[in-house]
Design a protein around this ligand. Structure first.
Ligand code: BGC
Length: 741
């Protein structure tokens, strides 16, 4: 074989080249053998290049992007002479982000920089529908592929230990089974389109304040039963090409130089075959390679933050014996293996226009199932199609729906809706998807008179509400990477500066038929809850948020979302009522996650006997369900079945959930989600649901013996509509057993 093709084969030849080379070598499709075959032919310089990731965005006067980089988060030079492609990396989990397209400027990628945004990661988790997460993953994976990327930095899923965290919108909630399942399915969907996905940020990157300096402190057993279990499940389901280690320290050791996390847990215990990439600027030494880090990302960010690009010196470190050669070989093998296993090498991206209409439909379906009906007094919703007068107020609802800021920022097709760059005090500008809820309403109620008031003048808003049959108030909470909300209250209106809580109260006082639609990154307080009729939690609703919200409000679809996260009644209920590091975020500090340990979210609320504003798993439907005939069998895990029946008059989505309730004292977390099903049931229809619990959910991690141990003894299986509404229960006996980690 002539291994030096000059200047390098065009993309369309790569498939043929790889296939014929591999076939000649008799390696078939086995990714490990293919990786070995190609790694053996690489020069040292090629190997060093493959582990050294570059930032993909120019920094004026300081940094020029490498030739060939598409201008997104990252670029890694491949051994192209051998047919191994460059890595073109883009954020993130709700769509192909454009880091330069903040709304002031045209994206550097031109119109290709515009992409379709899914509802936020938290919204996807609220669908409780793994197949929707998979489909969403295929949509964003396909767009990435058509925009020239073969790596999508998706799969964000740090467990929500801090409801004020500015990145909760990117994550998948507070429960390890739910978060791992939903993120894992999204990742699998992305990779089905020949685009490698990450899972991130490993691990315990639960708050943004001080993320570059803090140490997340927690015992091994607690971590294995919570955050690490979420990653373990996500990796099993999604088989991501790469794991991104996080900025923070874990038990004092940087996550990207953490032998325990990277070598022991990930690579040894979980047998993870892919590669570990650093978050951008999260490396601390060239010797991080010795404890499991396989690739530096965005190396100029390391230079800016830490004074050097670490893997630029890797060759010298190997020559000096500080890092062994076998490590470099293994780092390369892991990257190559993922390239083959994910099929990303075999099917290089082909720059093609995205199918914006089809992709928007995927996003719309996801939001329709993500919106959670929190309150519906007097069955005000769904609204009648023959309603006369609707007053829509606030939330920039005439222009669009809000999105989350930071590296995951997707720039919508056609550009953001106005306003652009409102000063919020957030580190990233707020971008609005041009999907107007107001303009989606006439299709729902063709005869209605619809008014819109921005809410900037309370008296005017009240007057328009008083003159209408129903008032729909939109409120929002901008959130972003690099930021945590000071508390759980709604901030002043993003656009008008109005006090949103006061606006809702004033409108509700003028019209008893007030509906509040909340577009937030996570939980918010609702001091007006007792005064309004209905509340729809719409999250960050994505590219088709306007029509999706309208469809739910008018009952074209059932209210189908459930909360993937507890809504606290106050910050006093949190394990850390005051956010750690808030006064001095740049000085190293510790966050004591041992307070709640494995009892994250609803598990903490149950342990403390706190009544939240809304519990995990909660969400109303437009119909009603009953649950019966629970049968549960114990042993080293739990098998159960029950019947769920639609007892109402409309078709609707049931999301029955099964929990394991353990006697007090036998575990840190004595209530655990062990399974759920999402079912569309016609009026009167029943379905039998059968579930088998993952045995790890019936076990505690024994850190001394380094294995999972079933919690032998009596326990209870409980089934119902949410973590706090579990009408069925059945005793089970768990028998002693162990599982390897
Ligand atoms: C974020 C990552 C992201 C990376 C590249 C970092 O700031 O934490 O989630 O993938 O930037 O843009």
């Amino acid at each position: 074989m002539n291994r030096r093709l000059s200047p390098g084969p065009p993309a369309c030849l790569l498939v043929a080249l790889i296939a014929s080379t591999a076939a000649r070598a008799g390696q078939g499709n086995d990714p490990d053998l293919l990786a070995l075959y190609f790694e053996a032919q690489m020069t040292q310089a090629e190997k060093l290049a493959v582990v050294d990731g570059h930032f993909g965005v120019p920094i004026s006067g300081f940094y020029t992007i490498p030739p060939g980089a598409l201008g997104s988060a990252g670029f890694v030079q491949g051994a192209t002479a051998l047919g191994l492609p460059n890595l073109q990396e883009s954020d993130a989990g709700t769509g192909v982000a454009d880091p330069t397209g903040t709304g002031y400027t045209m994206p550097v990628r031109g119109t290709a920089g515009y992409s379709t945004e899914l509802p936020s990661g938290l919204a996807l988790a609220a669908t409780f529908n793994p197949s929707l997460a998979y489909t969403g993953g295929t949509m964003i994976g396909e767009e990435a592929h058509r925009e020239g990327f073969n790596v999508l930095l998706a799969g964000a899923m740090d467990l929500t230990r801090e409801p004020r965290c500015g990145r909760n919108f990117e994550y998948a909630g507070e429960d390890p089974l739910l978060a791992g399942t939903m993120a894992g399915n999204l990742i699998a969907g992305v990779q089905s389109r020949h685009v490698m996905s990450t899972i991130k940020h490993y691990a315990l990157n639960a708050q943004e304040t001080g993320r570059m300096v803090l140490s997340a402190d927690i015992g091994e057993a607690s971590m294995r039963q919570s955050d690490l279990l979420a990653f373990e499940i996500g990796i099993e389901i999604g088989q991501p090409a790469a794991v991104m280690c996080s900025y923070n320290r874990v038990n004092s050791v940087w996550a990207c130089e953490n032998n325990f996390l990277l070598n022991q847990v990930l690579k040894q215990d979980w047998n993870y075959p892919g590669w570990v990439m650093s978050d951008w600027g999260a490396m601390h030494a060239v010797t991080d390679a010795n404890v499991g880090l396989d690739q530096e990302s965005g190396d100029v960010i390391d230079q800016l933050l830490h004074g050097q690009r670490f893997f630029t010196n890797l060759g010298a470190a190997i020559a000096a014996g500080t890092v062994p050669q076998w490590r470099l070989d293994n780092m390369v093998l892991r990257i190559l293996r993922s390239g083959f296993a994910s099929t990303a090498y075999a099917y290089p991206p082909v720059i093609t226009p995205i199918d914006a209409a089809a992709d928007e439909a995927v996003s719309e379906k996801a939001e329709e199932q993500a919106a959670v009906l929190l309150q519906n007094t007097g069955n005000l919703l769904p609204l009648s199609k023959s309603i006369g007068r609707i007053a829509v107020i606030g939330g920039n609802a005439i222009n669009g729906v809000i999105t989350g800021g930071g590296s995951s920022q997707v720039i919508p097709v056609g550009g953001p809706a106005p306003p652009i760059d409102t000063a919020t005090g957030l580190p990233h500008p707020v971008v609005w998807n041009p999907s107007s809820p107001v303009y989606a309403l006439p299709a729902e109620a063709p005869g209605a008179s619809i008014t819109y008031d921005s809410g900037s003048n309370t008296a005017q808003a009240v007057a328009s509400a008083a003159a209408a049959d129903v008032a729909i108030v939109f409120v929002d909470q901008p959130m972003s990477e690099g930021y945590d909300a000071p508390d759980l209250s709604l901030p002043p209106d993003e656009v008008t500066g109005a006090n949103q809580d006061a606006l809702v109260e004033a409108v509700a006082a003028a019209n008893p038929h007030t509906v509040v639609v909340v577009e937030s990154g996570g939980p918010v307080l609702m001091p007006w809850l007792g005064q309004v009729a209905a509340v729809l939690q719409a999250w960050f609703p994505g590219a088709a948020g306007g029509p999706a919200i309208a469809h739910v409000l008018f009952g074209d679809v059932d209210a189908a979302g459930r909360l993937p996260i507890t809504f606290p009644a106050s910050t006093a209920q949190l394990p850390r009522p005051v956010l750690d590091g808030v006064d001095n975020p740049n000085t190293p500090f510790d966050v004591n996650y041992a307070i709640e340990g494995a009892a994250v979210g609803y598990k903490w609320f149950q342990r403390q006997n706190y009544v939240p504003l809304f519990p995990f798993g909660y969400g109303l439907s437009y119909t009603r369900f009953s649950y019966s005939k629970l049968r549960a069998i114990g042993g080293e895990t739990i098998n159960l079945s029950f019947i769920v029946t639609n007892t109402g008059a409309r078709a609707g989505y049931a999301v029955p959930q099964a929990y394991l309730a353990l006697p007090p004292g036998v575990a840190e977390d004595t209530i655990r989600l062990i399974g759920w099903k999402k079912l569309l049931l016609q009026p009167g229809q029943s379905a039998r649901v059968t579930l088998a619990a993952d045995p790890r959910l019936a076990a505690n991690f024994d850190a001394t013996a380094q294995l999972w141990r079933t919690i032998a003894g009596p326990a209870t299986v409980r089934v119902g509509a949410s973590s706090a509404d579990l009408p069925l229960s059945a005793p089970v006996t768990l028998t002693a057993g162990t599982l390897q980690p």
